[in-house]
Design a binder for this molecule. Sequence first.
Ligand code: GRF
Length: 197
Amino acid sequence: MVKKIAVFLSGGGSNLQVLIDKQENLHGQIVLVVSNRQNAYGLTRAEKANIETAVIVNDDQAILELLRKKEVNLVVLAGYLAIVSSHLIAAYQNKIINIHPSLLPSFSGRGAYGIHVHKQVWQRGVKITGATVHFVNEGIDEGPIIMQEACDISDLQTPEEIQQRVLQLEHVILPKAIQAFCENRIEIKKGKVRIHE
Ligand code: GRF
């Protein structure tokens, strides 16, 4: 049974675009894109792909009702800058996946999102950074880690350059993790994830 996916976003949606482009390999169908921002370009990407969109601001009940109506099995947060409510997390235990632009647990927590992550990475002078796909739980960026990919940034000079290199990694591991989920190849034991090939 093909799993039904909802993507939540607040920005440009390059991660969504990769999922749209690879959709036939995911064994999942993107049935809904939700944003908390009317002008998120990711909504335009969804409309161009004939995917239903919704702009919902501070209305947890509306989100839950829409997910149930669309029979969503997996929620993907791809640059979603609103708080995910505890109701939603409870209703979708280990069925909400987030992409974070660093190697968690480094550079995580309150305020660590988007370019701010790469500014912290740049400021700290680390030589290796990367991206993490993880399940969402009650904590901020603390859910079970599904997949990570690292990159050497010792040749880069600005947070923006780091962001671009990390984004390339995101575009690789997010679809891979979603495909594994849709193919029921992800196992979680005591908070640790194992992906079966
Ligand atoms: C990505 O950098 C992702 O790591 C972060 O938000 C950004 C979304 O980028 N969570 P896009 O909107 O998918 O291009």
